[in-house]
Design a protein around this ligand. Sequence first.
Ligand code: SAH
Length: 261
Amino acid sequence: MRRWPQAARGWTSPAECHLTVELPAAGCFLLWRSRLDMSSFTRRWFSHEPMTNERMIAEQIQARGVRSERVLAAMRCVDRALFVPAAQRAEAYADAALPTFFGQTISQPYIVGLMTELLDPQPTDKVLEIGTGTGYQTAILSHLCREVWSIERLPALADEARARLRDLGYENVHVLCGDGYEGLPSEAPFDRIVVTAAPPEEPETLRHQLAIPGRMVVPVGAVEQDLVIIDRIGPADFTRRVSIAVRFVPMLHGSADSSAS
Ligand code: SAH
């Protein structure tokens, strides 16, 4: 039975009338779906292509609003998979912080991108990082500034990050083991300071190791933490603004034996 010409001539039964409405609608739906199937949106979210560092940056960092081309380019140069422990390698590009060693973490890729963009390091800058961890953030900073000094309180993590960064060819980074609350007075002032563990309050000593002008990005708070941007605009003049709520491991006092943390 040929329903379409009949329907087109307008003398269909109620059941056929129903079909005249439904079939074109179904056709449109299928056409729309096939177009959607071919769109990059679908390829991105439903494909079985393996996640890569490049996709991680596009989908988790750029898509959420990190716009700095310098930051995105630096992140493309640093493969996160080289910094996560072997046991976590399958999750290397996951949209999450991952456990590393001694109860510590490698930060969520988006947060690394956001913090780096907020820090806005310049090619001539000397940067201090507190909380080396795996050295992932250190490596990204190394592409963006003149020199990075990074302090880690756990000796085993500091040693491992130092060796990893050296093996990867990073020459403008210095990893030290110590208490980040003290900063690094012998190398101050720093154009930029980034803190990747959360102190309960804004770290006063670090503020005074900023150059003028200088900027610090730090997660502040005991349980609920805010990502705070502190600009030093004069010897005793600082401005402060809050970006977003974050969750970092706590910044602990004193350098430590790895087994004790
Ligand atoms: N930026 C790291 C993640 C850091 S996790 C990365 O990209 O992998 C936070 C790190 O800060 C941990 O390794 C922790 O041991 C370290 N930390 C905590 N308190 C510290 C302190 N007072 N001084 C230096 N490092 C500290």
